[in-house]
Write a protein that binds this ligand. Structure first.
Ligand code: ADP
Length: 483
């Protein structure tokens, strides 16, 4: 079976969040199941640099008005179609925002181009390979199922759209419609029209054959107004085509037995080397070498991730003898709050601003617990890395965090199945209570070690999830009628 993944970021070429990890890991997890997954992505400068030489598959003289080429290469075990279109992708900033952090004004065009090429691949632009299924990720690939549905050639290739975060929807003015190259019929409730505008995610959710999201709990939550962000009605209509499949982690990249970014060589039986990583982390962050627990945060610093709540409890952590190490960047007000907390507590609270992949590994290997007080969390990956590294996840009870962490309540502790701490409601009071439980458990050394060891034995691999994707693809291929 051949599947085309459509993604705006793919680890290890370019990453801003969990989507890249998934796009980079899923093809490798699917291969043993007999599924050949290729990926189409934009040729950002860093991607072009990293892939080096690539084979030209096609020249596209008019990709939404821009000249482009479609390249193919293999990189880090991935088979990649890269869209070389300097007018759209040759930029100094990130994949979505410029160096000042502002969205590129032509994002509508940049990601329509990505989806257009995905549909072209399904329709035979590469004479040597065409997918049986097109699987897009998030709003940036939302138009792929739309282009497929409205293509003149048939039969239409089945499509899957995965929601990694429904908060980002790709909504643009209706004025762009003529430039998308879709027939007039696509500007309708059944297509891309969204309250008089154009919605990329909306269009994808309307037209994809199947919708997935990245955890079963989030699949239920997005049916509610609180989480559905305006799309709950549409998703409700498609509930029979919706499934939640939790993400796994890439065991080659995230494995404390052989991780090159840490003092590696520990596992769920012998945790001895964690102490070396803890010392390295203290040094890196200028934290005092005291006994209390180190709590870490590795995150975008945003309201979604509950970073304001972490700022609220920083004094409390210190008062109880704990320390706080934060890696991240984001909302300037939250950055300022973190900076102020660090200034109040030198040697106890420290922050490294920015994005640092190697350091994110040391955070998991050297901290005792990772704080993830997300207000919503489609899946979340950092709690999975925490499980794998024995860095006990303390999480809000929502989305994928509910599905992947077993709360250390009395029964779970007695049965030795606890893997972390969950709290609800996700507010300051809930987080404070969770921290008090964490301090009590940490003081009881064997209880804490038991949670760490159970956590490290959790199944966070891709295997189970890859099988679920494979079975979904098979169901779609066997479906005869176009939806
Ligand atoms: P989201 O995709 O919503 O940001 P996830 O938990 O699904 O959240 O994925 C976040 C990914 O980004 C994880 O791999 C995490 O380790 C990584 N990450 C987040 N912030 C940083 C940072 N400042 N430096 C390095 N890695 C980071």
């Amino acid at each position: 079976m051949k599947v085309l993944s459509v993604a705006s970021e793919v680890f290890p070429l370019i990453k801003t969040g969990g989507l890249a990890d998934v796009a980079g890991a899923l093809p490798i997890a699917l291969a043993p199941l007999g599924i050949s997954m290729r990926t189409v992505m934009p040729g950002y400068p860093i991607v072009r640099d990293r892939i080096g030489k690539a084979r030209e598959i096609a020249v596209i003289p008019d990709l939404l008005g821009k000249p482009a080429r479609l390249l193919f290469t293999e990189h880090a075990g991935l088979e990649l179609y890269v869209i070389d279109c300097p007018d759209l992708f040759d930029r100094e900033g990130g994949p979505y925002v410029d160096t000042a952090g502002k969205d590129y004004i032509d994002n509508w065009q940049r990601f329509a181009a990505l989806s257009r090429v995905a549909a072209d691949l399904a329709n035979g632009i590469d004479p040597a390979w065409a997918p049986d299924i097109v699987h897009g990720h998030d709003w940036q690939a939302g138009l792929a199922p739309v282009y497929l549905k409205y293509s003149e050639v048939g039969p239409h290739t089945p499509s899957v759209l995965t929601i990694h975060n429904i908060a980002f929807q790709g909504q643009f003015s209706a004025q762009i419609f003529p430039a998308l190259g879709l027939p007039p019929a696509a500007f309708a409730v059944d297509g891309v029209e969204y309250y008089g505008d154009i919605g990329y995610l909306k269009g994808g959710l309307r037209t994809a054959w199947a919708i997935t999201t990245v955890s079963p709990t989030y699949a239920e939550e997005i049916l509610e107004p609180q989480f559905g962000m305006g799309l709950e009605g549409l998703i409700g209509e498609r509930v029979h085509d919706l499934i939640g499949i939790v993400n796994g982690i890439d065991d080659d990249v995230w494995n404390p037995e052989k991780d090159r970014h840490i003092a590696a060589g520990y596992n769920g039986v012998n945790l001895a080397r964690r102490a070396e990583n803890r010392a390295a982390l203290e040094k890196r962050f200028g934290l005092a070498a005291t006994d209390g627990p180190i709590f870490c945060v590795v995150s975008r610093l945003t309201w979604q991730k509950g970073i304001d709540l972490v700022i609220d409890v920083a004094d409390e952590i210190v008062a109880h003898g704990g320390k706080l190490a934060v890696l991240g960047s984001g909302d300037p007000l939250l950055e300022e709050g973190m900076r102020a907390a660090a200034a109040r507590h030198p040697g106890r609270v420290a922050i490294v601003f920015g994005y640092d992949e190697p350091l994110s590994h040391l955070m998991q290997a050297g901290s005792d617990a990772i704080l993830i007080p997300s207000r919503f969390e489609p899946c979340g990956l950092t709690q999975l890395y925490g499980l794998r590294y024995g860095c006990v996840p303390i999480v809000g009870r929502t989305g994928g965090l509910s599905d992947t962490i077993i709360d250390a309540n009395g029964a779970a502790l007695a049965a030795r199945v606890a893997t972390g701490i969950q709290f609800s409601p996700v507010d300051r009071h809930g987080l404070s209570q969770a921290l008090r439980r964490a301090f009590r458990l940490f003081e009881d050394g064997p209880a804490w070690a038991s949670i760490q060891k159970t956590a490290m034995k959790s199944d966070v691999s891709w295997q189970t999830s890859a099988r679920q994707y494979a079975s979904l693809y098979k169901t779609l291929i066997n479906r005869v009628a176009v939806p």
